[in-house]
Design a binder for this molecule. Structure first.
Ligand SMILES: [Cu+2]
Length: 209
């Protein structure tokens, strides 16, 4: 029996079928190699900054946790936001926060990659697989719930001149429990702990805050 009902959306922006295929290319296991980052959907600095600022304010923050209430929620995650540790996700001003949503909620995640430098691609994958993670996260129907494309780093080290890759994933998890979100780029989850927990609470019970 499927424990989740998920809608896999590669991106709601501009990427074509080639970009989707890139997610499923075999990976070599070498750090940050083997995957073809896509730059199909990029935003200029002012839009990236706006998303980043929204991400800082969103949800109901409590300790290392951010709760998102409601039947439809939008979570903005930033990979390598300014002034956060390297190789991490940020939301609500937290690093790799525990995200809390309600069972049955339609969740949209927007990932913005603000990282710079060759190979600094990042992605977002929701999975039932707990840590510790291998170098390459296996791509299986049993564990995968939703994912974004792998997003290339920003196009320039100059913050205001760069364009920033944005990806989106949508999912709906009906069974309460503990799930995980991870960066599927080779070795980011294993070596850099680029992941966090996704807590799905029973309907009718508010996310803790
Ligand atoms: Cu990453």
């Amino acid at each position: 029996m499927r424990i989740v009902r998920a809608l896999f959306v590669a991106t709601s922006f501009l990427a074509g079928p080639g970009a989707l295929a890139a997610m499923h290319m075999p990976m070599s296991g070498m750090l940050m190699s083997g995957q073809q980052p896509v730059r199909a959907a990029t935003r200029p600095w002012r839009e990236a900054r706006s998303l980043w600022q929204q991400s800082m304010r969103e949800g109901h923050r409590s300790g290392a946790q951010i709760g998102f209430r409601g039947r439809r929620v939008h979570i903005i995650l930033v990979a390598n936001a300014p002034r956060h540790p390297d190789m991490t996700f940020e939301a609500g001003g937290l690093t790799n926060p525990e995200l809390v949503v309600t069972a049955g909620a339609q969740v949209t995640v927007t990932l913005l990659n603000m990282d710079k430098g060759p190979g600094m691609s990042h992605g977002f994958l929701v999975t039932t697989m707990p840590p510790p993670y291998p170098v390459v996260i296996p791509d299986t129907r049993e564990t995968d719930i939703a994912q974004t494309l792998i997003l290339a780093p920003r196009t320039s080290p100059h913050e205001q001149q760069a364009r920033y890759a944005v990806g989106r994933a949508k999912f709906r998890i009906t069974r309460p429990g503990t799930y995980y979100y991870v960066c599927p780029v080779a070795d980011h989850a294993r070596a850099f702990h680029m992941y966090g927990r996704l807590i799905v609470t029973p309907p009718g019970r508010h996310a803790p805050h």
